[in-house]
Design a binder for this molecule. Structure first.
Ligand code: GDP
Ligand code: GDP
Length: 436
């Protein structure tokens, strides 16, 4: 299911990031803290009543050295391009400003639903301050207070009313959806072309439901695939690539829709921070990951080069220790044939379900080998474990006190589970629950 996207726009200091953090805050704090994962807090998921959605803080999009007005204009453009619903945020204490009017001018151009939020209305006496904002022409202003958490429910209700109606499931369960993520010029388009070589049947290029995305469905040896396009692949040279954070945003949307994410690295250039951010997102989103080192033809190498490069990748991507690495050349097509089997493997493991009895044998053996931790005289007791979900494989361990399952012991259990079942290419999630 494609989640609807909300974008928050508005001039600086109206409280966009405060609202964003309020809406996603809880979710971010439960995300496990993994060394090496760099978090970009401009795009996250949220939940309201029974709606799941993604939300963008356009204020966090770094447009570079452009003049102030140009920056907020570009941020508003991003919102128009990317969102299903736009929250236009203003500051009730300052009234309507010239910069608000600039934002409004951009937003008039879109038919997308716009919810007008008036922030910093910290108490009921201040409500009268919202009336000025009718002048912006976006209907009824909704008073909120980001710092006090007031009115957010009304704001999200209004946004959720405009979410596209469901039923957007695009492809069958057995279709493997994958995307290629990486900086411009690492060779993503060349790789897509190499994959879609003459021996593959290309069904058609159909416009994806996600606006500009163009998906390429095809079948190979009886398996159906869809290559989820990131605008970075086909929309060359546009603003999408000119602002780094914007292209990250496009990549994140593609990751959301994928089962398997190919993190593409250019062998000539090595790894940069941006690669890590995106890979970290794929990990957190629970997608299977294959690391692809492209342009392997272009570097000088001896017998040690591959091992050394692999080690460099492992050092940079500690959290992706489960991801297989493929070295290839999209240009010469050398080893390009190793890619699909890797995608198949990662996808299979991503969807793997293990037997409860076998799982429990493994957990009990692990506990026998390495006794559970204690804290202040209390010892963690593990009663039993069960797999509750796939894509990614998710396990619940029933215990006496969940706080006693420390990160390091959880890691130990994860490693034992991996030793037993493989799970190469996929993250796995483990949650401790108290047994009632
Ligand atoms: P952004 O630039 O639009 O992302 O704005 P921020 O979220 O960084 O907020 C700017 C300032 O306004 C910060 O000092 C916030 O603490 C403050 N602020 C945010 N929401 C509220 C609110 O509801 N009431 C008041 N009084 N201050 C707020
Ligand atoms: P994208 O921006 O990631 O889609 O990258 P492109 O596929 O457009 O490739 C960027 C440049 O790298 C082009 O000039 C390609 O010909 C070149 N390139 C792509 N793959 C390879 C490769 O495997 N080896 C070499 N030497 N060049 C490559």
């Amino acid at each position: 299911m494609v989640k609807p996207v909300i974008a928050i726009v508005g001039r600086p200091n109206v409280g966009k990031s405060t609202i964003f953090n309020r809406i996603v805050g809880e979710r971010i704090s439960i995300v496990e803290d993994i060394p090496g994962v760099t978090r970009d807090r401009i795009y996250s998921s949220g939940e309201w009543l029974n709606h799941d959605f993604n939300i963008i803080d356009t204020g966090g999009i770094d447009i570079g050295d452009e003049p102030f007005l140009e920056q907020i204009r570009q941020q508003a453009e991003v919102a128009i391009d990317e969102a299903d619903v736009i929250i236009f945020l203003t500051n009730g204490r300052e009234g309507v400003t010239a910069a608000d009017e600039e934002v409004a001018k951009i937003l008039y151009k879109t038919k997308k639903p716009i919810i007008l939020g008036v922030n910093k209305i910290d108490n009921p006496e201040m409500r009268d301050m919202i009336y000025d904002f009718y002048a912006l022409g976006f209907g009824e202003p909704i008073p909120i207070s980001g710092s006090h958490g007031l009115g957010l429910g009304d704001l999200l209700d209004a946004a959720a009313n405009h979410f596209p109606k469901g039923g957007e499931e695009e492809y069958g369960e057995d279709v493997i959806k994958f995307s290629l993520i990486g900086r411009p010029n690492v060779g993503k388009s060349s790789m897509v072309n190499a994959i879609l070589g003459e021996d593959r049947v290309i069904v058609s290029n159909i416009a994806g439901t996600t606006r500009d995305a163009i998906d390429s469905p095809y079948t190979y040896e009886g398996q159906e695939y869809v290559i989820i396009d990131t605008a970075g692949i086909r929309k060359k040279g546009k603003v999408y690539e000119s602002t780094e954070k914007y292209s990250v945003l496009r990549a994140l949307r593609a990751i959301e829709r994928s089962d398997v994410v190919l993190v593409v690295i250019n062998a000539e250039e090595g790894i940069i921070e941006q690669d890590k951010k995106i890979a970290g997102y794929a990990h957190e989103a629970g997608r299977a990951v294959v690391i692809v080192v492209n342009k392997w033809d272009a570097i000088e190498k001896d017998e040690k080069t591959m091992k050394e490069f692999e080690q460099k990748i492992r050092d940079h991507f500690l959290f992706l220790n489960y991801a297989p690495i493929v070295f290839l050349s999209a240009k010469t097509k050398k080893r390009i044939h190793t890619l699909l089997p890797m995608i198949n493997l990662a996808s299979e493991n991503h969807a793997m379900r293990v037997e409860t009895s076998v799982l429990n044998d493994i957990i009990m053996d692990a506990v026998a080998m390495n006794p559970t931790p204690t804290d202040k005289g209390r010892r963690l007791k593990i009663y039993y474990a069960t797999q509750v979900a796939v894509k990614p494989p998710t396990f619940v361990i029933f215990v006496n006190e969940p706080e006693l399952l420390h990160f390091s012991y959880e890691r130990f259990l994860e490693n034992r589970i991996r030793d037993a079942f493989g799970f190469e290419g996929t993250p796995i999630k483990i949650f401790a629950r108290e047994r009632k």
